[in-house]
Ligand binder design. Structure first.
Ligand code: PLP
Length: 374
């Protein structure tokens, strides 16, 4: 059986987890959390990185931090994970969904301005498959209309756009270290990147249950008290220790994934049309988070998935567009025409790709798919 994903393992996880256990300090913000945060700050050039229990939690923290309130509007693609929308709906916002570009499945930045109203507060680009959205255009629009830009970079760790790390470009970026992502902190995990230095102090307060405990630990205040709304957005040291082992091998994991991705691309470009393959625009480097192909129709996709299953290969489809879901209809609305979101997402299927996948396994996936297409 070839699964769709196997969580990444580098071999150093147990050693670091043991060190964390022996440090007798397992709650959040211990030595491994600090090491991971410093690693992210150095490698991705952000003012402040803070680990969170998940990307979902990072998005929720972001929505509190930019003061999203009842009646505000937030613009995002409909083709994304539920957490992208939920984080803002929890604060009372209405979600304005816009269409994707068929070539990258990212929000079509040319549709943003038409979706802006006096109630709009934020734009949330989702870097699908670790391929960057058109950030220059998005930032220009955001500046013109005084909007926040919160990057959902759950899939974008180690990708860049014009040399800048995804997640470190907007005001705030959110990473996922869930086991299905390129780097894991032991199953669940995430980080928030605070790129606007003005937001750092309040981010630390919200993350520490609304207290200024972090300032207390830094010796800035002599006692800590309740300052603001907040929650517990800290992961345990065990998760940070696991993650540190993965971050240390980040380049190795990235290169490994890219090589698998490139193999798939070479093989499938021999038999599929360019529109059926992922497109990587110029000026960016992706992290091979995902290799997908598009079938002719959703019926053909269903046949492909069952055929691959008979070959013991798992090839899942992906998001059901949020605007067509019950909660999406209640809390959001699609602005403009759904020209590509529903159609393109109904044809997309993802192929197995994970750190440690053997070339023999990949060969079997390619050969089985070729058999289907012939
Ligand atoms: C995985 C993912 C999330 C959620 O990440 P968690 O760490 O599981 O909370 C959010 N947005 C996108 C685009 C994702 O792919």
């Amino acid at each position: 059986m070839i699964p769709f994903n196997i969580p990444p393992k580098t071999g150093a996880e147990l050693k670091y987890i043991e060190q964390a256990i022996n440090s007798d300090k397992l709650c959040g913000d211990g030595q491994f959390s600090k090491k991971c945060e410093a690693w992210i700050e150095e490698n991705f050039n952000t003012a402040k990185a803070l680990l969170t229990p998940s990307c979902t939690a990072a998005l929720e923290l972001a929505a509190i931090l930019i003061d999203i309130k009842e009646g505000d509007e937030v613009i995002m693609p409909s083709y994304t994970f539920v957490s992208t929308a939920n984080a803002f709906v929890l604060r009372g916002a209405k979600i304005i969904f816009i269409d994707v570009r068929p070539d990258t499945m990212n929000m079509d930045a040319s549709l943003i301005e038409a979706a802006i109203t006096p109630k709009t507060r934020a734009i949330v680009p989702v870097h699908y498959a670790g391929v960057a959205c058109e950030m220059d255009t998005i930032l220009t629009i955001a500046e013109k209309h005084e909007l926040w830009v919160i990057e959902d970079a759950a899939q974008g760790v180690m990708s860049t756009y014009k040399g800048k790390a995804l997640g470190a470009i907007g005001h705030i970026g959110c990473f996922s270290f869930h086991e299905t992502k390129n780097y894991s902190s032991g199953g669940e995990g995430g980080a928030i990147l605070i790129n606007d230095p003005k937001l750092v102090a309040r981010a630390e307060i919200i993350r520490e249950k609304g207290t200024n405990r972090s300032q207390f630990l830094h010796g800035i205040v002599d006692k800590y008290t309740w300052q603001d709304i907040g929650s517990s957005f800290l992961p345990s040291e065990l998760q940070a220790a696991y993650l540190y082992a993965q971050l240390e091998s980040a380049s190795e994991i990235n290169d490994f994934r890219l090589s698998l991705w490139n193999n798939y691309y070479t093989e499938f470009s021999k038999i599929l049309q360019p529109a059926q393959l992922p497109h990587i625009p110029n000026d960016l480097k992706h992290n091979a988070h995902m290799f997908y192909i598009k079938l002719g129709t959703s019926e053909e996709r269903a046949k492909f998935i069952s055929f691959m299953k008979t070959c013991d290969i798992i090839t899942p489809f992906h998001y059901i567009p949020l605007h067509s879901s019950p909660a999406g209809m209640q809390f959001g609305k699609f602005m403009g025409n759904d020209k590509y979101t529903s159609l393109e997402s109904s044809k997309l299927v993802r192929l197995p790709l994970y750190f440690g996948m053997t070339l023999a396994e990949q060969q079997k996936v390619v050969e089985s798919a070729m058999e289907f297409f012939s």
